[in-house]
Design a protein around this ligand. Structure first.
Ligand code: DQQ
Length: 533
């Protein structure tokens, strides 16, 4: 197998060839999940963008159908960019997407509906000429930064509402529009929200989460028992940031525990962008999709003939602490678990690696719980490390610490010429502890010229009484997608090992801190390949 083939994923969504980017219009309709995505039918770099379309009964195994939306009209001649689907009760699905109408990339919002709503796969989509484009920028709106309409939500005042991402100079903006009939849209006087110096807000997403349970909610409901999530994809950093807040009278106000802007919360502290959520009525959950770009070079993508994958769809709900979201791979993923191996009560003294033997380490799912008995040896946190990634850059897995680094060495060669460590490292900062979670690609590949960042996030957890922390990693050839402490902090890395491929890949647990660590319980599964046709 060529290396390009060995880096293809076994269970993360990707088409057989070519470029893919943003997830678009995910929905559940008449027993079927629909997934659309930005796709270049002509090559493995971005361009010629259409909406490719796949259908599924379980969010894991997929069948491709024909492209749903592709340039065919003057208003979308230069590209059919991102957008969302809304299932209108009694009427069926409507897609709103961004049409690019000229070479200057002026953008308008367009409307498409299934040609035959009775076709279970909704194969053909039409763009009624009498309606399109359905929404054009007025003179106060920057027409080349006006895109990615959200799913619409219905309010008791008899209006549908949507957001469209934009910017006003360097201020990121989520414009709010309303409509009585889904056809004529009027811009609200004030944006739903905006923030200075954050640049273009791509792919906004806005939805309620219940305060008291982990169920999902359909679009936006009124009431006091919910919080709202506003997510924006910030073009300047290429990360998805969100805040948690309240929504009333066309205004969204982030909570004071929810930092707005660069220091804010992220769905994922790694490679995960342009995400989009949908409400799944069949399981009463909210699910998010996110795109994980390649981090090799464009030349590599051309050689491979493919670029881009989707992260595993994640169920999302509010952390009982109310300050952040939790995410977890959809439960259907467990159906791909094959042979299982276990490790129990395994003590890891300083500097010890123990191999998890007997699994296909290049395509696996691992859940592990670590414990330790004291925080006394935690190292001091250097206030110069503003972002978690600064701390991980300085204190990776190789430098011995106090409490940690401990965790997994994924996609590792037997002698550790290559490995992607996913680990925790605990620091003392004045009166509190700081828990760092890292997914460090620097040692992932002997190949140079790759982007190999030491991705990292902090874990909001109090370890003083309960000295336990958990980790789940989905390992899939060129993906390590990890969930810290039940989905509080998540990191997806794209890596391209040259030696740790196929049967040459190994998995270890490790501790490189002076405080002994115990693997309380580890379960690892061989993962079958998903059926992605
Ligand atoms: N990708 C789409 C845009 C969106 C961007 C174009 C985000 O609609 O703003 O492919 O990755």
């Amino acid at each position: 197998l060529s290396i390009g083939a060995q880096h293809r994923t076994g269970y993360h969504f990707q088409p057989p060839k070519n470029w893919i980017n943003d997830p678009n219009g995910p929905m559940y309709y008449n027993g079927i999940y629909h997934f659309f995505y930005q796709y270049n039918p002509k090559g493995s770099v971005w361009g010629n963008i259409v909406w490719a379309h796949s259908v599924s009964k379980d969010l894991i195994n997929w069948e491709a159908v024909e492209h749903a939306i592709y340039p065919s009209k003057p208003f979308d001649k230069y590209g059919c960019w991102s957008g969302s689907a809304t299932v209108v009760p009694g009427k069926g699905p409507i897609i709103l997407y961004t049409g690019v109408k000229d070479e200057a990339q002026n953008q308008v919002q367009c409307y498409a509906v299934p040609e035959d709503p009775k076709d279970p796969y909704l194969r053909k989509w039409v763009k009624p000429d009498n309606l399109n484009p359905i929404l054009v920028p007025d003179k106060e709106v920057n027409g080349s930064a006006f895109r990615d309409p959200t799913t619409a939500w219905w309010s008791k005042d008899g209006h549908w509402r949507i957001l469209v991402g934009s910017r006003r100079k360097e201020r990121g903006v989520a414009y709010l529009y309303r409509s009585k009939d889904f056809k004529t849209w009027v811009r609200a006087k004030h944006p739903l929200h905006s923030k200075g110096d954050t640049g273009m807000w791509e792919c906004p997403d806005f939805y309620p989460v219940p305060l008291k349970n982990n169920l999902g909610l359909d679009s936006v409901v009124d009431g006091k028992q919910v919080k709202f999530v506003l997510k924006n994809s910030l073009d300047l950093t290429r990360y998805d940031y969100y805040t948690i807040g309240s929504y009333d009278k066309d205004k969204y106000v982030p909570d004071n525990t929810s930092e707005d802007g660069w220091g804010g919360l992220r769905y994922d502290y790694g490679n995960f962008y342009a995400s989009k959520s949908f409400f799944d009525p069949s399981k009463k959950r909210r699910v998010i999709w996110g795109w994980a770009n390649e981090s090799d070079t464009t030349d590599d993508d051309v050689l491979k003939g493919w670029a881009g994958i989707q992260a595993i769809p994640r169920t999302v709900w509010l952390d009982p602490n109310g300050r952040q979201l939790l995410q977890w791979p959809v439960e259907e993923l467990d159906s791909l678990r094959g042979k299982e191996v276990n490790m129990k009560s395994q003590k890891l003294e300083k500097g010890v690696n123990v191999e998890v033997k007997g699994i296909t380490a290049a395509q696996a799912d691992v859940e592990v719980k670590f414990s330790f008995s004291s925080l006394d040896k935690a190292e001091p946190y250097d206030p110069k490390w503003v972002h978690a990634q600064d701390a991980c850059d300085h204190k990776g897995s190789k430098e011995q610490g106090g409490v940690g680094p401990f965790g997994l060495l994924t996609l590792a060669t037997e002698k550790l010429e290559e490995f992607t460590p996913v680990f925790f490292r605990i620091f003392k900062d004045q009166n509190k502890h700081v828990i760092l979670m890292c997914s460090d690609a620097r040692s992932s590949s002997l190949k140079s010229k790759l982007y190999k960042p030491a991705f990292a996030g902090f874990v909001d957890l109090d370890l003083t009484t309960n000295k336990k922390i958990s980790l789940r990693s989905l390992i899939d050839h060129s993906v390590v997608e990890s969930f810290g402490e039940g989905g509080k902090t998540n990191i997806l890395s794209r890596v391209y090992p040259q030696l740790a491929v196929a049967s040459q890949a190994h998995l270890f647990v490790f501790n490189n801190g002076t405080e002994p660590i115990t693997v309380e319980n580890l379960k690892a599964w061989n993962m079958k390949s998903a059926n992605i046709k």
